[in-house]
Design a protein around this ligand. Structure first.
Ligand code: ZN
Length: 854
């Protein structure tokens, strides 16, 4: 039984047989306010290379009422197991399927949401990877492109947006009908429909004769917070930059960006109708790092309009390339576009993407970037740090390797050659080889077909007078975790070595040498005979993907002066290196804390500050020697309060420290400060205690038993929105009582009524490191229920539970043993096994780091 799965082999067979011309899809959403199901009618025309052959079309629906192939009604029993069997095809076929499809509350398919602020219903689709079939019957694989014409019946007064421009609705009475023009040829997973009483703001991109209408939408309850002008400005920058770099005009008729509720990912690149999580409409003050992240997401999705939507991967094994390209494009655009507000975007990339990639690449589940994707279950767990972050890091390295001009020249040829078609990796590499003249076969084998992270170390010999006698870069093969797939190999690295000197207390780069590192030892003769600088930094500018270690003298200078680099990128690299060493048990958690306490005082990059704040908290909870943990936590909380009081009034740093203190407060005085800020009896000059910060403060007070359910209800009454309901759910689950834990657990594990967002909120509240005793009983419960969760819940929902409720704070051999016993006895499906094995690796790493800290 395939269930809802589809294998690559099935997809190949079907693509060889069929060419799909066009879909006409009628959706009757007049029932949306009531929920339940909606009528979906699909008419699809397609040809078959082999008349008489049979195939199937995909559909996930509670019921099918009509199947007509070439004028002949087929038995409804042909619909089974999420497919409709189509026997005896003609050369030219017309299929009509009428089904009752279901609204979802999981963010997959057609998500239905009721806004508590106005009682109105809001819908949107999310189809990647295989969920268009939850809304209409279709051949759900990326290489069967077709044109799609949607006709939608919905309540009068609604806004309906799809890939094609929104037409004037027709009809009268309670409903209207929107008849959209057919789309250009595209894959099923980037079709989209957004419907409800959303509000829109409009503008356009005009460049010579080119006119592209822009729309930005959200729910009315968020309208007062929607800064559409800022969103249009970034979008316009992206249009300018990408059109020039890609030498290909934006390929669709308009560009709408819709901020939608309870969205699982950051955003989705539906052609001309991009959906975003609506936390990107900021209800309260956020730091500049949040604006930067939103701009990055806007540019990422825009880049997909070319790479992904215009030219699409043939199968999901090239998902990594799709995501890596869009990620690279977003960062390079921010770094280079005229007028960009975030020209330091490579610092953020080093700080976030690289860290994510390095973490994922050291898990037992790590895999080559080019993963075997045999079926849909494989791809659904592959939206990971290898696919997004390592892929993008390696793409950055590829650009350094071939040169950026040659890279974009190759990309231009690639878009022209493959517009509206499907491709494989070889098509892009071929275009890059033509443009650069570099043979990429060896490069591709070393970087894309192997797993793990090389370590680069300096080998340095210095004479008594401080002159460098010799300098070389040593490369180590990746240390792959047991069970990891892929070979551990040395790779070609294009890197820079930075030379830094202390000048008036600042670390200033005085020279930079770029070179190819290959093999175990690469001599750098350019450095011989020169005076040893204060710091020698390998992989300066972060060109390559490697763990980097410092020589002892450089490390000493960096430890004392981390905050004194004049540029943010080397600081970010050193922060990342210190964090990496802490995770590896090479730097004791207490020493990492000391480094953070000194370095953060001088760190100006707010994104880096917030990352280090999160990492310190995590290291104290997981990696600190339990006998010392409380000391470390108290030191951290005290430092947060000091930094909060010292930060400039109204600054991003002030807000970041306020949030940190809200998560870290331990003493009576600190908790009293939180309570005072919440009830207005305490004040920090310039700190706005707004909606989101109030919930952070309350969350900590609730978790420490200093605020009760009445306080949660009162806060919800002040903020009776969907976000407020989620925060309230987190707070309730965070209460330090056995009853609260049991209630939270039951609502997630024993019931399936919570929406994706509320469930996530409950899990976040349930897992409190300070409540290890209360949580102890749940290790056994977790293993007793995890398999059933996997088997009975949707992919998104089960993934939240499996990763989120794993006993991550129970750092002990007993947890490892319980996990191993379950793995041995339960014989889980590969995708389930992978998630549990990844969670187990966190505990294993924490045990090692705790030993290193004791
Ligand atoms: Zn993407």
């Amino acid at each position: 039984m395939p269930g809802t799965n589809l294998t690559r082999e099935e997809a190949r067979t079907r693509a060889a047989l069929l060419a799909v011309d066009a879909y006409e899809i009628e959706l009757d959403l007049s029932s949306a306010r009531a929920g339940g199901t909606f009528r979906s009618t699909t008419v699809v025309r397609f040809t078959a290379a082999e008349p008489g052959a049979s195939t199937f079309i995909d559909l996930v629906a509670p019921a099918v009422t009509e199947i007509v192939l070439n004028g002949r009604a087929l038995p409804l029993e042909n619909f089974a197991d999420s497919r409709i069997a189509l026997p005896d095809l003609a050369a030219e076929n017309e299929l009509r399927v009428v089904a009752d499809c279901a609204y979802t509350n999981t963010g997959e398919g057609l998500h239905r949401f009721v806004d508590p602020a106005d009682g109105e219903t809001y819908l949107y689709t999310q189809f990647e990877v295989p969920d268009a079939r939850r809304v209409f019957a279709n051949f759900e694989q990326p290489d069967l492109k077709a044109s799609f014409a949607f006709t939608v019946t919905a309540p009068a007064g609604w806004v309906v947006v799809s890939n094609s421009p929104t037409p004037e609705p027709a009809g009268d009475g309670d409903t209207r009908v929107w008849t959209f023009e057919p789309t250009p040829r595209m894959s099923t997973y980037i079709t989209a429909l957004i419907a409800g009483p959303y509000v829109g703001v409009f503008d356009s991109y005009d460049n010579g004769a080119q006119h592209v209408p822009f729309g930005v939408y959200c729910r009315p309850s968020l309208r007062e917070h929607l800064d559409a002008d800022a969103i249009f400005a970034v979008t316009r920058q992206g249009f300018d930059y990408f059109q020039e770099k890609f030498d290909f005009p934006y390929p669709f008729a308009k560009y709408d960006q819709l901020f939608v509720p309870e969205f699982n990912a950051g955003a989705m690149e539906n052609a001309g109708a991009v959906t975003f999580r609506d936390q990107y409409v900021f209800r309260s003050k956020v730091t500049d790092a949040s604006y930067e992240a939103r701009a990055a997401t806007i540019l990422h999705e825009l880049a997909h309009m070319w790479f992904g939507d215009l030219v699409t991967m043939e199968w999901w094994n090239d998902l990594w390339l799709n995501e890596s390209f869009a990620t690279f494009a977003e960062v390079v655009c921010q770094a280079e576009a005229p007028g960009s507000k975030w020209p330091h975007s490579w610092t953020t990339f080093a700080n976030q993407m690289k860290t994510w990639a390095y973490r994922q690449d050291q898990l037992p589940s790590t895999h080559p970037i080019m993963a075997e994707i045999n079926d849909l279950e494989d791809v659904q767990v592959n939206f990971d740090g290898i696919t997004y972050a390592k892929g993008a890091s390696v793409l950055k390295q590829l650009v350094a390797y071939v040169g950026q001009d040659a890279f974009f020249q190759g990309v231009r040829a690639y878009f022209k050659r493959h517009a509206w078609g499907n491709t494989r990796l070889a098509d892009l590499l071929g275009a890059l080889e033509e443009a650069s003249g570099r043979d990429l076969r060896a490069w591709s084998a070393a970087w894309l077909e192997t797993a793990g992270i090389n370590v680069l170390r300096p080998e340095l010999s210095v004479a008594a007078d401080g002159t460098i006698e010799s300098f070389a870069v040593l490369q180590e093969a990746p240390a792959l975790p047991a069970g990891a797939r892929g070979e551990a190999v040395l790779r070609p690295h294009r890197i820079a070595v930075g030379l830094y000197e202390l000048v008036d207390g600042k670390l200033v780069r005085t020279d930079r040498i770029e070179l190819d590192v290959d093999g175990e030892r690469t001599a750098v003769p350019q450095l011989a005979g020169r005076k040893r600088p204060a710091v020698l930094l390998l992989n300066d500018d972060d060109l390559s993907y490697a763990k980097v270690r410092l020589d002892a003298d450089s490390l000493a200078v960096v430890t004392a002066h981390l905050g004194d680099f004049t540029d943010s990128l080397p600081r970010a690299l050193c922060w990342a290196s210190a964090w990496d060493m802490t995770r590896d048990g090479e730097l004791a958690t207490r020493d990492y804390l000391a480094l953070a306490l000194s370095g953060l005082q001088r760190e100006s990059d707010i994104g880096v500050v917030q990352s280090v704040q999160r990492q310190v908290k995590l290291s104290l909870e997981l990696y600190a020697d339990p006998a010392w943990r409380e000391t470390g936590l108290q030191r951290w909380a005290a430092a947060a309060e000091t930094a909060l009081r010292a930060a400039p009034a109204g600054s991003d740093h002030q807000l970041a420290w306020a949030r940190t203190l809200a998560g870290a407060a331990r003493t009576d005085e600190q908790l009293a400060l939180l309570a005072g800020l919440l009830d207005g009896t305490a004040e920090i000059d310039g700190l706005a205690v707004d909606t989101e910060l109030r919930w952070s403060l309350l969350g900590r007070l609730v978790a420490t038993g200093r605020a009760d359910e009445a306080a949660i209800d009162a806060e919800l009454a002040r903020d009776n929105t969907s976000s407020g309901q989620e925060h309230a759910a987190t707070c309730r689950a965070a209460r330090p009582t056995a009853a609260a834990k049991a209630e939270a657990w039951a609502s997630v594990v024993d019931s399936d009524t919570l929406t994706n967002y509320v469930q996530d909120a409950v899990i976040a509240g349930f897992q409190q490191p300070d409540q290890r005793d209360l949580l102890a009983a749940y290790t056994e419960k977790y293993f007793a229920s995890v398999k059933q969760v996997w088997e009975t819940r949707s992919h998104e929902i089960s993934q939240q539970i499996i990763g989120g409720l794993y006993p991550a704070y129970a750092v002990s051999q007993a947890t490892l043993d319980a996990t191993d016993a379950w793995l041995a006895a339960a014989d889980p499906a590969p995708a389930l096994r992978r998630q549990v094995v990844e969670a187990r690796a966190g505990v294993e790493r924490a045990l090692k780091a705790q030993a290193a800290d004791s």
